[in-house]
Structure formats: structure tokens, C-alpha cells
Write a protein that binds this ligand. Structure first.
Ligand code: SF4
Length: 361
């Protein structure tokens, strides 16, 4: 069993504290200091008396932490953090802080690399290296929350946005497929949402999946229901399997059944992400097929111009194509947005995470 206190929910900390013969309420101090006071050593949890702090250390307990390696700020204020998980240089991930109308959203990673190999995505090209722990997922929020107020881009409008308040939204859209690291992801959601921790509202947490149908159904049975975003990207199985090989295992019909199940259980609107790739999935006919597929679902479509990375054979659709696609979808009554390409200049946009390492490793 892990001795990392950052890996524990409040209920688990309570069990540890009681097991060591201490008062249960002391667990709240540990949880609070780890998630809100940036404690990285047990000695920093000063409301605990010295004897108890020593007892925890003697029992082998510790507080893990990610280390920051680099930080890049884009022209639009997007900040990309590269973080290491340990001594090995290839155990690295990226987290991206986005600014939108003075709201701060953090995009977190859940795996080092990704096994699913979608050819339009740089992370897929890295291959799978390992799952993150719940502590490593949550720590991305801790580190960026601590750092965000210190970011000082040259542009004063962006500087003002950065200084405006805490991270309000967390999206699991970084490196990796969240639902293939199910337990760590669900646990991290509970920790981020907990009122004694970061207290991020469950409606402000989004899990984005490429469509692991059984895991979507399982998520519907959890106590907490984050928002669900599904990376769809094609309206037919043949094209989707070409763009997202996982579709061969969970074809569109099965995926949409699971999404309907999630929606029935949670009454939530679901988002569908659609990467617009020039000449491949962006025609009016594709838009009409998409509309037919999504009929009857309470949903929102997010169109994202494909973002390039070194060695990628695809190009993004023209703006005119994207506008036409969006208008077909909107005329069919589906709320549709075109996602602004935030962070593209620092390779922090959708599909670009890990791209810097493709050129150096
Ligand atoms: S799009 Fe998502 S599932 Fe596909 S390779 Fe990239 S990270 Fe993995």
C-alpha cells in the first residue's frame, strides 16, 4: 500500500490517523495542508504536534511532488508546464493553463504518453509509458495553482487575467486516455472536488475520452459525475477507425449507447469534440452524417481545427470549411462552437502535447 499521503482521500487519511492512535479530525489538517497550503513535507503540517509528525515519518509516510522542468507562455496567455514524475527523464508530462474571459482552466494529463495511437495526435506518437497516480494528477493542479499568480507575461491584459482568481475548471484532456487509468482518475476527481481540498465544483470538472464505452457506463454509477466530453472526430466507423483505432473495439453505435446511458443517469449535456482535418472529415456530407448520429442527444459540438506537430501528415481545415460545418450542425439545432486555437504557438493546443519530445527523443 502506498505511503504517499498525497495519494489519500480524506476518508483514507482518517483511517491512517485513527490506526496510529490519533484523533480523527487531525486528518483534515493533513488533507488541507497538502492541497491548499502546498505542504511537501510532513514537517510543514504545523497544526500536528511534533511527536505525531515524527510518528508519521517513522512509519514511512511521505508527501510526493512533481517537479517543474520548464514553463512556456504563449501569445494568448496560455501557459504550458512540463513536469517530471521522477528521476527518469522520459517520465514527463505536460499540463496547460488556459485563460478564457478571466476564467482559469487547467488541462491535466492522466498518463505518460498514450497507447491509443490516434495519428492526428502527438501524444499518441509517443506511445504508452505509464499511468499517473491520483497524487500525480492532483499535483498538477497544486503546482499550477501555486505558480499561476506568479506568471508575469509582458502583455498587461494577459497579466491581469492571470492575476484574476483561482483555477475554476479542470479538464482531463491532456496526455493519455483518462478512462484507461480509471481508478486514479476517479479518485483524483473526488480529491479535487472535496470541500476541504481544492473544492472545485463537479460541474467544473470535465473528463474527455476517446470512447471507452464500458468505462463511460461505469462512471455513471459513481457518486460523482463530472462533465463528459467525447472525442468523436468522424461520423462513420470506417473513417473513425482510421483516425482513432480504438473505434474498432468500441464502434460509434456502442459508444453512443454508453453516452446515452451516462446522460440518462446524470441528466447532463455531453460535449462532442470534433477535430477538423483538411479534406478528410470536414465536408458538408460529414456534417450532415454527424447531425444524424447525434439526433436526440442533449449535446454540444466543439469543432477544433487540427493542430500540427512535427511529422504529422494532416493539416487543419480552412476556416470557411469549419464555418460551413458549424452552420449545418447549428441549423439542425445542435449548439456548436469553434474552439479557438489557444496555445498553438507553444505547442500546447489540442493534440500537440508531447510534440516537443518527438523532435528530441
Ligand atoms: S487523441 Fe487522446 S486517445 Fe488519441 S492518442 Fe491522443 S491522447 Fe491518446
Amino acid at each position: 500500500m502506498s505511503k504517499d499521503l498525497k495519494e489519500k482521500t480524506l476518508a483514507e487519511l482518517e483511517q491512517i490517523v485513527i490506526g496510529l492512535g490519533q484523533k480523527k479530525y487531525l486528518a483534515e489538517y493533513i488533507f488541507h495542508f497538502i492541497h491548499n497550503e502546498a505542504a511537501t513535507e510532513i514537517a510543514q503540517i504545523t497544526p500536528l504536534n511534533k511527536a505525531f509528525r515524527l510518528q508519521l515519518t517513522d512509519q514511512g509516510y511521505y508527501i510526493s511532488r512533481l517537479a517543474g522542468v520548464s514553463k512556456l507562455t504563449g501569445k494568448d496567455g496560455t501557459v504550458k508546464y512540463a513536469l517530471t514524475l521522477g528521476a527518469r527523464p522520459n517520465a514527463r508530462i505536460e499540463a496547460v493553463l488556459l485563460l478564457d474571459n478571466r476564467r482559469k482552466t487547467l488541462c491535466v494529463s492522466t498518463q505518460v504518453g498514450c497507447a491509443l495511437g490516434c495519428p492526428f495526435c502527438a501524444t499518441g506518437r509517443l506511445g504508452f509509458r505509464r499511468d499517473l497516480t491520483a497524487a500525480e494528477i492532483v499535483d498538477q493542479v497544486n503546482i499550477v495553482a501555486r505558480d499561476a499568480s506568479c506568471v508575469a507575461p509582458a502583455n498587461s491584459a494577459i497579466r491581469n487575467m492571470h492575476s484574476a482568481g483561482r483555477i475554476r475548471n479542470v479538464v482531463y484532456m491532456g496526455m493519455g486516455e483518462p478512462l484507461l487509468n480509471y481508478h486514479a482518475v476517479v479518485k483524483s476527481v473526488a480529491m479535487l472536488n472535496h470541500p476541504k481540498g481544492k473544492n472545485i465544483g463537479i460541474r467544473h470538472i470535465t473528463i474527455s475520452t476517446c470512447g471507452i464505452a464500458p468505462a463511460i457506463r461505469k462512471l455513471a454509477s459513481e457518486d460523482l459525475h463530472p462533465k463528459l466530453a467525447v472525442s468523436l472526430n468522424a461520423p462513420s466507423d470506417a473513417l473513425r477507425t482510421q483516425l482513432m483505432p480504438i473505434n474498432a473495439k468500441y464502434p460509434i453505435a456502442e459508444l453512443l449507447k454508453a453516452v446515452r446511458f451516462y446522460q440518462d443517469r446524470t441528466s447532463q449535456r455531453v460535449s462532442f469534440e470534433y477535430v477538423m482535418i483538411k479534406g478528410l472529415n470536414d465536408s458538408a456530407a460529414h456534417a450532415r452524417m454527424l447531425v444524424n448520429l447525434l439526433r436526440g442527444l442533449m449535446c454540444h459540438v466543439n469543432l477544433i481545427e487540427h493542430n500540427p506537430y512535427p511529422g504529422c501528415e494532416f493539416a487543419g481545415s480552412d476556416s470557411e470549411r469549419i464555418r460551413q460545418f458549424a452552420s449545418i450542425s447549428e441549423r439542425a439545432g445542435i449548439e456548436t462552437t469553434v474552439r479557438f486555437r489557444m496555445g498553438r504557438d507553444i505547442r500546447a493546443a489540442c493534440g500537440q502535447l508531447g510534440a516537443d519530445w518527438l523532435t528530441v527523443e
